[in-house]
Ligand binder design. Structure first.
Ligand SMILES: Cc1ncc(C[n+]2csc(CCOP(=O)(O)OP(=O)(O)O)c2C)c(N)n1
Ligand SMILES: CC(=O)[C@@H](O)[C@H](O)COP(=O)(O)O
Ligand SMILES: [Mg+2]
Length: 633
């Protein structure tokens, strides 16, 4: 089906069609992809600058490999849009990041070109090493394997585990390091400095241009002399100028090359493909390339709000609503750091998402961005704690999953008072199952010593942080990617293991953990005149308010626990564990939360309704709740 706006993209049934494109047509295809990306951002927020930066790289990859059989893993996967556009999904692309539409990340259910559903950074090299090893084991040695990993993801510890193994196995593998000098914010760390040196080393640049001239004189790649020259260049270069970090690990280093020059990238991909053993091709790109405002501000344009382009000027659509929990968390963290210079905040490359830029500017000595290194972030925090500092790990619930063992060994077992501020705890909406933070109540409350809290409304967040900083044990405070209910009335002090009755009622009780309080209150208001509903703000999942558990079961006809977390292992489980320990009759108790399955991407409120957590759905559950009838009495 053709499309006059993007005729080349519309003509592609799959990526093999790209091989018939002339160089000019490939350039035009790049323009078409960028136009589609800009059109998308006029409709909704999405990943933008990262996708703009890999357009030429994507085209070159699909020209040099047939990824219907070869293996391609895009690390993290947020830069997958050009790949989707050239692999038969142009016509369905407008649905991306909407419920039932394409995912904003790779999705094997959509296409044979997508091998893993990802969204967490750093795993591509490991899965690629595994794919190559597996293909050898199942006698499929002709399948080539490529991992594309960004410079922000590259310092993740798991990447060095993979490089260590790749250098040992010596299986053929191409690792494309997409170096655009950016993570979401500017990249940090010693690896970043090393990459900067590789990018700017004069020797290598000179050598490259000399070798480049030689290579250009040989008409077609594949000539043995050119291969010899290329190997010689690599040998001389590795000795003289760079890539030694990789060469010493038995991984050939090639580059850096201009990642926006399709023909050049093709040439080097073809060369890497023919080289034996693991090869790292260092590709230099510009995040936001091709749309000036994004290239000028790749931080804002990482996932910008929907905007309209007015004569080259992006005009964001204003967002209404109460400030999100994230703003209240940032302000509370800032106040805590101002009050005590021993308080630090640690982010794992999410300064922008956690809205910590003002904190970074105001408290440079107390602010630590460790990069996409969550396991390190938690152990680092434990070390700071042991020394007498009071670190706050400000981190997305889903990304903290990477630090599970450090939470156990470095924090819980040592009983160190690290404070975890878990942002994006709950359904994150369009990012989908890789980003929904729906397991932290379960994974945090399992470990001894850890206090697990969640604010039901804005004013509580700061109070909980102050409580946590005064508490001499580890604490976790979770809140969703959502605007925060504001109580605008006096708030009872935070007392360990104590809940708060927000709304009295006789007919039944809704016990809300965290931000679901808003929907619980709305449900109770809907039932005015039908049922007189008590609403409890649980505040603590651990230690849970045992008295509240007993009272809510013994008064009224039913109890609904409500949480934006997986029911299994979550607050509802804690409630039932307490009820059973107190020998209470739990037949009138129902636990509402997220299912034991992955919730797809979509609008958060629609997803909440689907999962039975909207005010309407909660109200309906109250209506259906049968009074506790005991046949054993
Ligand atoms: C484990 C994990 N931590 C944090 C993130 C959030 N995140 C998504 S993309 C990104 C930056 C990635 O930088 P890079 O790999 O260089 O890709 P680029 O956007 O520059 O193309 C971060 C921190 C994530 N997806 N996974
Ligand atoms: C790819 C990735 O993990 C981040 O870009 C993430 O999508 C940011 O999420 P927020 O937009 O909720 O900060
Ligand atoms: Mg980058």
């Amino acid at each position: 089906m053709n499309d006059p706006k993007h005729p080349l993209l519309a003509s592609l049934k799959d990526a093999t069609g790209l091989r018939d494109f002339s160089p000019q047509q490939l350039e035009s295809a790049a323009d078409e992809i960028r136009d589609v990306l800009c059109n998308l951002l006029a409709t909704r927020t999405a990943h933008f600058a990262s996708n703009l930066g890999v357009v030429e790289l994507c085209l070159a990859l699909h020209c040099e490999f047939d990824f219907r059989t070869d293996r391609l893993i895009w690390d993290t996967g947020h830069q997958i849009y050009p790949h989707k556009l050239v692999t038969g999904r142009y016509h369905s692309f407008p649905s991306i990041r909407t419920q039932g539409g394409l995912m904003g990340y790779p999705n094997p259910h959509e296409s044979e070109y997508d091998l893993f559903m990802t969204g967490h950074a750093g795993c591509s090299v490991s899965t690629a090493v595994g794919l190559r090893s597996g293909d050898i084991m199942v006698d499929q040695p002709d399948r080539r394997t490529v991992a594309v990993i960004g410079d922000g993801a590259f310092p993740s510890g798991i990447v060095f585990e993979a490089l260590n193994n790749a250098g040992h196995l010596e299986d053929d593998l191409t690792i494309v390091l997409n170096d655009n000098k950016m993570s979401i914010c500017h990249r940090v760390g010693a690896v970043a400095g090393y990459l900067d040196r590789l990018r700017s080393n004069p020797y290598y640049t000179g050598l490259k241009s000399e070798v480049g001239k030689l290579l250009e004189q040989i008409p077609m790649f594949g000539d043995p002399a050119e291969r010899f020259l290329a190997q010689l260049k690599e040998g001389v270069k590795a000795g003289l100028v760079g890539g030694m970090l990789f060469e010493e690990l038995n991984i050939r280093y090639v580059g850096p090359i201009d990642g926006h020059d399709i023909a050049l990238v093709r040439k080097y991909l073809a060369m890497a493909r023919e080289m034996k053993g693991p090869v790292l091709l260092h590709v230099v790109t510009e995040k936001g390339h091709g749309y000036k405002p994004a290239a000028a501000d790749p931080v804002f344009f990482h996932t910008p709000p929907a905007f309209e382009d007015r004569d080259g000027k992006p005009v964001p659509r204003h967002s209404d609503g109460l400030p999100p929990f994230t703003v209240h968390a940032r302000d509370a963290i800032s106040q805590a750091m101002a009050a005590d210079e021993k308080v630090s905040v640690i982010t794992a490359a999410m300064c922008q998402g956690n809205k910590l830029e003002p904190v970074r500017e105001k408290f440079p000595k107390q602010f630590f961005d460790v990069g996409i290194c969550e396991s390190h972030a938690v152990a680092f925090a434990a070390g700071q704690c042991k020394a007498g500092a009071r670190p706050i790990v400000d981190i997305y619930s889903t990304f903290l999953q990477r630090s599970y063992d450090q939470i156990f060994q470095e924090v819980s077992l040592q009983d160190l008072p690290v404070v975890f501020m878990l942002d994006r705890a709950g359904l994150t909406g369009p990012d989908g199952p890789t980003h929904h933070g729906v397991y932290d109540v379960g994974y945090m409350r399992l470990f001894p010593n850890i206090v697990v809290m969640a604010p039901g409304y804005a004013e509580e967040l700061g109070m909980m942080l102050r409580f946590a900083l005064d508490h001499n044990h580890p604490c976790s405070i979770r809140y969703p990617k959502a605007s925060a209910l504001q109580r605008d009335q006096p708030v009872p002090e935070i007392e360990l293991g104590k809940s708060e009755i927000i709304r009295p009622g006789e007919d039944g009780t809704i016990v809300a953990f965290g931000a679901m309080l808003e929907n619980a209150l709305a449900a109770a208001e809907m039932l005015e005149g039908e049922l007189d509903i008590c609403v409890v703000n649980a505040r603590f999942a651990k230690p849970i308010d045992e008295e509240m558990v007993r009272q809510s079961i013994e008064t009224g006809k039913f109890v609904l626990t409500v949480e934006e977390n997986a029911v299994m292992g979550g607050f509802g489980s804690a409630f039932l564990e307490s009820a059973v320990a107190q020998r209470l009759d739990t037949r009138g108790v129902q636990t509402l939360g997220l299912p034991d399955s992955f919730v797809e991407h979509g609008d958060r409120n629609e997803l909440l309704h689907q999962c039975g957590l909207s005010p309407e759905a909660i109200a309906e559950r109250c209506r259906q709740a049968t009074p506790a009838t005991s046949t054993f009495a």
